[in-house]
Design a protein around this ligand. Structure first.
Ligand code: SF4
Length: 88
């Protein structure tokens, strides 16, 4: 669980260097933004091998990205993580 390692701090400038090595850059956007009801399994598998995964997830949480797979988590999983963080 990422709860103790991810902090969405909007007071600092985001470091976007993780995008330079983003594995998803080699896949099409449909891979990470699948149609509703489609599997996110392959995208998550790619994320699991991506060095920028935690930074990517932090960015998505900080910017309230609502769609697609970011940092290995789907929209629903990020929403649940955000709720867990809000509860303390
Ligand atoms: S963690 Fe996943 S979505 Fe984020 S940059 Fe890496 S491959 Fe792309």
């Amino acid at each position: 669980m990422y709860t103790n390692t991810i902090e969405a701090d909007a007071s600092t400038e985001p470091d976007m260097s993780w995008r330079e090595d983003a594995l998803c850059a080699q896949a099409g956007p449909e891979f990470f933004f699948p149609a509703p009801g489609s599997s996110t399994r392959e995208a998550k598998l790619l994320c699991s091998a991506c060095e920028g995964r935690l930074a990517c997830l932090e960015y998505a949480l900080r910017n309230d990205e609502r769609f697609g797979v970011w940092g290995g988590l789907s929209e629903k999983e990020r929403l649940l993580l955000r709720r867990d963080q809000d509860r303390g």
